[in-house]
Design a protein around this ligand. Structure first.
Ligand SMILES: Nc1nc2c(ncn2[C@@H]2O[C@H](COP(=O)(O)OP(=O)(O)OP(=O)(O)O)[C@@H](O)[C@H]2O)c(=O)[nH]1
Ligand SMILES: [Mg+2]
Length: 290
């Protein structure tokens, strides 16, 4: 799987949390998630695990290819042990949002996007001015904001060309959306306090298989949310891509942290991931691994 999205959409923090959650989930099977080579072990622990789980801080922006080719050129490879009678590996590529907002002249280093089983495209609701204005009194302001998701999606589709990786379109930092139930806005309040909504509950750690009905419900809820967030251009691009060939996409919501960080530190109450495994379970079930 390959990450994608504008700057500061939460890609790298998501990877850090995803591996921990996957290990916890696969304990049900039971198997474990382990780094499959020395470089994965070193990179995961230095770039992802230590800053978040030991220093309780955030991560530096992922370096662009030109300046950080060394660690970008190595994918993270994890062994998932024996799943359904076969040894399985999860290969993850992170990207710098900066590279996706302004494609490098030579896009060959990004060619892996076309060959992935799935691309995880992150959309940051806090980059929508209406949302950040509504929650500004409730959560600490965010230090950096990324560029336009429409530009990134167009760039992504250009690189992917005629290949057809599954595309998980993920509304990230969903904890900030949950805060909307406390704002002085009747519409948002009622949407975000709908106790029947799939985006308010998290069954992702309950089963070691993908729950298709729950996934489909969530997909339709996020589709409406994206319209409400003013992302109808994104929705139209997905529904009717310029290349003609349909995209196999599904909408998700995740929160890696579960609560907004304040400045450069995560909440003193700790990290409470929300629905982080859903998109991965969708892909693993499509490849027959779970
Ligand atoms: N509220 C909230 N904020 C988050 C969450 N995940 C990430 N953030 C915020 O988003 C910032 C960027 O997160 P990163 O994971 O580094 O973003 P990225 O997409 O990897 O960014 P680039 O590497 O620059 O492309 C963090 O420093 C946090 O402030 C989340 O789950 N909830
Ligand atoms: Mg990053």
């Amino acid at each position: 799987m390959a990450m994608n999205g504008a700057r500061a959409t939460g890609k790298s923090l998501f990877i850090a949390v995803l591996i921990k959650q996957l290990d916890e989930l696969l304990a049900k099977v039971p198997t474990t998630v382990t780094a499959a080579d020395a470089s994965t072990h070193e990179t995961y622990s230095r770039v992802y695990e230590k800053p978040l789980f030991e220093s309780r801080g955030l991560m530096a922006p992922t370096g662009i290819f030109k300046t950080d080719a060394a660690y970008q050129s190595q994918p993270l490879i994890f062994s998932l042990g024996n799943l359904k009678g076969r040894l399985r590996y999860l290969v993850i590529r992170d990207v710098a949002g900066e590279d996706m907002e302004n494609l490098p002249v030579d896009t060959r280093p990004l060619a892996f996007l076309a060959h992935a089983d799935a691309v995880f495209f992150m959309f940051d609701p806090l980059a929508v001015p209406e949302i950040s204005a509504r929650v500004q009194d409730l959560i600490p302001g965010q230090l950096t904001l990324g560029g336009s998701p429409d530009t990134v999606l167009t760039n992504l589709l250009r690189i992917v060309g005629n290949s057809n990786p599954r595309l998980a379109v993920i509304l990230s930092k969903f904890d900030a959306m949950h805060e909307l139930r406390n704002v002085d806005d009747v519409q948002w309040q009622s949407i975000m306090s709908n106790s029947g909504a799939a985006f308010l509950r998290d069954p992702s750690m309950e089963t070691a298989y993908y729950q298709e009905d729950d996934g489909r419900l969530l997909h339709h809820e996020v589709h409406s949310l994206l319209h409400k967030l003013g992302a109808s251009k994104l929705v139209r691009t997905l529904e009717n891509p310029v290349r003609g060939q349909p995209i196999d996409y599904r909408y998700f919501v995740v929160s890696a942290l579960g609560e907004s960080p304040s400045g450069e530190v995560v909440s003193a109450r700790g990290i409470a991931p929300f629905r982080c495994l859903d998109p991965l379970k969708w892909v693993l079930s499509s490849t027959g691994a779970i």
